[in-house]
Ligand binder design. Sequence first.
Ligand code: NAD
Length: 450
Amino acid sequence: MKISIIGTGYVGLVSGVCLASKGHNVTCYDNNDEVVDSLNSGTPTFYETGLQQMLASVLKHQKFGAKLISNGTDFDSELLIIAVGTPSKNGKINLSYIKKVSESIGKYLKLNNNFISVVVKSTVIPGTTDTVVRNVLEKFSGKRLGEFGLGMNPEFLREGNAIDDFMEPDRIILGYDDKKTLKLLKKLYEPWDCDKIFVNTRTAEMIKYANNILLATQISTTNELANIATAIEGIDIMDVMNGVYADRRWSPILNDSTRISPDILTYLVPGCGFGGSCFPKDVKALRSKSYEVGVEPKILDAILAVNESQPYQVIKLLENSLLDLNNKRIMLLGLAFKPGTDDVRESVSLKIINYLLKNKTKILAHDPIAIDNSKKVVGKNKNLEFINDWKDNLSSVDAILVATKWEEYKKLSSAKYQDELNGKVLFDIRRFFTPKDFPKSVYLTIGRSI
Ligand code: NAD
């Protein structure tokens, strides 16, 4: 199939190269010419495991190309997929990129006599595809729905695991409002053999929000439990959670008595809150929609309130331990919102940096791949130094904060570093270690006041 994907960020590009690897002819469009040039020369504009190799392969087999979108773009495809960003603006979803792209597509539809389907892959509030997108397409094409098709295919890939998630999905949600689009969507995903769920476009849109919000609920609830346990004293929340995980409804016991430890348990680990480009904005977007339709979103309010205050739990514990943050030297390990990506959107580490800088704390910040992106967000400050090697700097700091679970930070617990860490605060923000890993340090973490 000839496919056009508009928006070549984490979702658009990964989808593009994966669909191309299955034999489709894919053209990815972006409005950023540097992105387009970079992709055509085989260099992805962000880090994702396996992406560079896959991009090289689909370019070599002439299954993939990138182009700059323009006012009169001739998309030359039977299926157009919209994958531009839908960020948060004042707590509401910002659909300006979606509208702009829909306008370009509408103009293309006007000049084209073939039946073409437009499928939204971006995360959008229920009702967006069949109202906002449809209206813009109809306005600029002069055609009615039926003369073109509409679909909604939410994406569930996780950054850091995106290629595997796309190539081996747990399910594919196919939302459609007309039979011809359903047929095209079936053809698009024919090479994938997994559960395919067929629904209308609104349901498809809502599935994505329900999915993310239930995961965010678990994170915030676990963090609140951790904060309560800290205040009660004498409890380590990880001991509590290990007792909870053993419930067979969380980790089922098979007939041969072995126990499954599902991925869902990783959302039941206390920490400094969720960040990233999806959870915060998605919860906010549905909360705003909920108010708009007259439903008070009590739980969504609570998820966000807990999450917004959780980074301050880190600061509070750090202040208690160091007594004064002013003029202290702190090493922050991990800037990406999670391991496996260089994405720092809504990264909790950057919130912690901003708070510490207000206190004139000297910060040494490290990340294996997210330093460049962090620099763009936080800018220059004489008290903030980005370092390429954390091992060289351990002896010069008062405290070390481990904020992203990069595998290389596991080395901190090796015997080699214990003398250097002697008497220093080791703040395990994400529960990457156990207290026993740092016998000579002041071990701090979320949910433990023993
Ligand atoms: P992104 O910001 O990484 O990429 C968006 C791309 O769209 C950019 O390259 C930008 O230059 C391009 N763009 C913006 N306006 C354009 C225009 N008018 N014409 C052409 N290109 C344009 O965004 P992302 O992380 O890939 O997210 C895209 C959507 O997918 C969002 O709705 C997001 O919520 C959803 N989503 C993201 C993830 C994820 O892990 N990142 C997972 C699932 C769903």
